[in-house]
Design a protein around this ligand. Structure first.
Ligand code: KIV
Ligand code: ZN
Length: 386
């Protein structure tokens, strides 16, 4: 089995389903072009049957993108698959993503059907999509809560019908990492033709486990991760692309690689946040404003002496210029002297004693001491500029 994990980005489909995140076609094209430049293997461009605007966007993306596979979503419905196939016309590497719910909950309450009928539909939609494109990905919606034995029957049947990728979504974000990992291992052990398809993870974040579940999936043999920039997506979101990419990079013993240019992770995060108008939470891993900011004296002292005392990622690797030392009432003398030097003042030990007391007074009255405040203090007390 190859150790290369395909990165499937669904920012423009699952991500764009978020209320208030609607993008116009021009914005989608701009994001798609950047995703391709960053090395994303598959771009899920949209759900063409859902609206004329989405159809147009998928079609334009399909014609623009040359290196990445362009994927269009459909349900197991003929009109959906026809629309996906038509929207993908002109794509260098088209993929239709089709599927149906397989959990008891979906079969009984949403689809009001039976397991046998759903199995037939799964085979039918795969074969029907296969009339239009070679690359067909099948999703077993709510696979996270689907009985493993039944799931294995469905997966074996759709691979026999021509599915090239089998997506095992934890649609409701329900699974624990070891449970999700065992599900993937079960499919590898029990689906006879599994070697003919790539297994994909698609994990939602309802319990904050989307990233952990996706990693458990690839540790157990999945070779595609479906994810979004900044982890945006339905409800609590999807697996965050930047997190899974950096986990694979920071833990070489996993022996898993991907094609992502990590230096583009932060610019990409900003682009998506700006176009969708959704701010990134400051403490978000890898791309949050505070991901490389240090504000407590203990941490600042360590980082100033040597960055890796409190940082496991070099900010340059993910497109951030440098770590930042934030001056607050929790900061120590080392941080104060360091920041003063950055703005041009070499503080002696005696000066530092005086200035630090003044600094704490200012810091207690503000959330953060800015360069301008620091300059006023230094100009008052420091004799020699750096
Ligand atoms: O979460 C999910 O199950 C999905 C499918 C449509 C792939 O988004
Ligand atoms: Zn989803």
């Amino acid at each position: 089995m190859s150790n290369q994990v395909q990165i499937f980005d669904t920012t423009l489909r699952d991500g764009e389903q978020v209320p208030g995140c609607k993008l116009n076609t021009r914005q989608k094209l701009e994001i798609a072009a950047e995703l391709e430049r960053m090395g994303v293997d598959v771009i899920e461009a949209g759900f063409p049957v859902s609206s004329p605007g989405d159809f147009e966007a998928v079609n334009k993306i399909a014609r623009l993108i040359k290196d990445s596979t362009v994927c269009a979503l459909s349900r197991a419905v003929q009109a959906d698959i026809d629309s996906a196939a038509a929207a993908l016309k002109g794509a260098a590497r088209p993929r239709i993503h089709t599927g149906i719910g397989t959990s008891d909950s979906h079969i009984q309450h949403k689809l009001r059907s039976t397991p046998e009928k759903i199995l037939e539909k799964a085979i039918w939609c795969t074969k029907y999509a296969k009339r239009f494109v070679e690359d067909v990905e099948f999703y077993a919606e709510d696979a996270g809560r689907t009985d493993n034995e039944y799931l294995a029957r469905v997966i074996e049947a759709v691979i026999a019908a021509g599915a090239t990728v089998v997506n095992i979504p934890d649609t409701t974000g329900y699974c624990l990492p070891d449970e999700y990992g065992r599900k993937i291992a079960y499919l590898i052990e029990n689906v006879k033709n599994i070697h003919k398809a790539t297994i994909s993870t698609h994990c939602h974040n309802d319990l904050g486990l989307a990233t952990a579940n996706s990693i458990a999936g690839v540790q157990n043999g999945a070779r595609q991760i479906e994810c979004t920039i900044n982890g945006i997506g339905e409800r609590a979101g999807n697996t965050s692309l930047e997190e899974v990419v950096m986990i694979m990079r920071q833990h070489p013993y996993l022996n898993l690689t991907n094609r992502i240019n990590t230096k583009m992770l932060n610019p990409m995060s900003r682009l998506v946040s700006e176009k969708m108008g959704v701010p990134v939470q400051p403490n978000k891993a890898i791309v949050g404003a505070n991901a490389f900011a240090h504000s407590s004296g203990i941490h600042q002292d360590g980082v100033i002496k040597r960055r890796d005392t409190y940082e496991i990622i070099d900010p340059l690797e993910v497109g951030v210029d440098k770590s930042s030392i934030i001056l607050t009432a929790r900061s120590g003398r080392a941080a104060l002297a360091y920041r003063a030097k950055e703005i041009g003042f070499n503080i002696t030990k005696d000066e530092l004693d005086v200035i630090y007391k003044e600094f704490l007074r200012v810091a207690d009255s503000k959330k953060e001491v800015e360069d301008a405040d620091l300059r006023v203090l230094c100009e008052k007390y420091v004799v020699v500029a750096a």
